[in-house]
Design a protein around this ligand. Structure first.
Ligand code: OGA
Ligand code: ZN
Ligand code: ZN
Length: 388
């Protein structure tokens, strides 16, 4: 065995699948009043409290060797300091009770409190003028680079396309299940969008659908919607999209009071058919404490009776009208015709979608759809990033 391989086999194993092994070695570790003061080869310094270090011990008693989940419960302060040593640039602690902990220097480096959390998952970025969606060819999507490009665009822009796919039923489910389990709803795990006799939903008619999100009447509306086009020979039926993150910013500029009304007033959404009555009360816009969009709930045809104090009703209606007009203004709408073999996917809780009316007598229009959880997209991206 060469010296290098011996070294590597002794490096502490942190029970972590994302790479951390390439970080700099530690050059100093000293016991101080507030914990253990560390310095790495590149000059970075951190002091980590004793309880933090004890809590992050990755030995088989503190972190389950198969599940990698935490076993240690940090309820007691550490009063007796450990002895501290550096071995081959990694931190070793011998606690007073006999427990031994070893920390890889690169793992500690990634987690030092002063470092910015780095993530392979991008933040949402509102659309700009002339936004053009990422298009990934179906055969590229089946390879890691293409899938990564698609996932990144989905999480950043809230919308992306797959093109040149096969014209086979259920392809949408196969693509979805590369990423995660399909999220089932009262319309099934996988649904067909075409005009049907006895429709129980406006989407299953030929009427135009103004911009909306699907299922705001659920406590947790589906995160990601996939619509795979198998036939689109009818005249009309163009797809429409608008970015909620962008439109909420436009409303804030134009009329902050209207945004306050829409984000602070819960209203009711409801779907009913012979076997269901699914209802939720929530505001049209949910913002976080920094004012960023958390989710949109806009779907005019499954909005239920407006139950508000009478004196709030007119103001709510005028705020709603303003938001509606902003969404449907040309500046904010993206319009294109889905071609057979194309799949559009979008963040249903951020990007509104709709379609123009079509004439079912002029040709067939058939989309197949399903939903996914956003967590599964982010998870895939992290898993793919392990190979970077
Ligand atoms: C839907 C929907 C759009 C379309 O099924 O929820 O909005 O293009 N469909 O038919
Ligand atoms: Zn341990
Ligand atoms: Zn819809």
């Amino acid at each position: 065995m060469t010296a290098t391989t011996t070294k590597q086999s002794q490096a502490p194993e942190m029970g972590e699948l994302s790479p951390y092994q390439t970080g700099p070695a530690l050059t100093q570790a000293t016991l101080v009043q507030t914990g253990v003061a560390l310095e790495w080869q590149d000059g970075q310094q951190s002091t980590l409290p004793l309880l933090w270090l004890r809590d992050h011990c990755a030995c088989q008693a503190c972190r389950h060797p198969q599940t990698r989940e935490r076993l240690y419960l940090p309820l007691e302060p550490i009063t007796e300091p450990p002895s501290v040593a550096l071995l081959e640039g990694h931190l070793h602690l011998n606690w007073q009770d006999g427990h031994v902990s070893a920390f890889h220097s690169g793992w500690l480096y990634q987690r030092r409190p002063e470092s910015k959390l780095v993530s392979s998952v991008p933040n949402a970025k509102p659309w700009k003028d002339n936004f053009t969606p990422e298009c990934v060819r179906h055969d590229d999507f089946l390879k890691p680079q293409g899938e990564k490009a698609w996932l990144t665009a989905m999480l950043r822009d809230g919308l992306a396309l797959i093109t040149d796919g096969p014209l086979v039923e259920e392809e949408v489910s196969r693509l979805a299940e590369r990423i995660g389990p399909q999220r089932a709803t009262n319309f099934g795990a996988r649904f067909d969008v075409r005009s049907k006799p006895n429709p129980n939903n406006a989407a299953y008619t030929a009427v135009g659908l103004p911009l909306h999100i699907d299922l705001p009447n659920w406590r947790h509306p589906p995160d990601i919607q996939l619509l795979y086009c198998l036939q689109n020979g009818a005249s009309g039926g163009e797809s429409l999209f608008a970015d909620g993150a962008r439109v909420v910013e436009a409303l804030r500029q134009q009329d902050p009071k209207a945004l306050a009304i829409l984000s602070e007033t819960p209203i009711d959404f409801r779907f009913q058919d012979e076997s269901h009555d699914i209802s939720m009360r929530a505001p049209v816009v949910t913002l976080d404490s920094a004012g960023n969009l958390v989710e949109m709930r806009l779907n005019n045809w499954i909005r239920d009776a407006l139950h508000l104090p009478v004196e709030q009703m007119d103001a709510w209606y005028s705020a709603y009208a303003l938001l509606w007009r902003l969404f449907h203004s040309e500046a904010h709408q993206l319009e294109f015709t889905l071609r057979p073999g194309q799949m559009v996917a979008f963040d249903n809780r951020r990007v509104l979608h709709g379609r123009r009316e079509f004439d079912p007598n002029s040709g067939a229009r058939h989309l197949q759809g399903t939903y996914l959880d956003r967590d599964m997209l982010a998870s895939r991206l992290r898993v793919l990033a392990r190979q970077d």
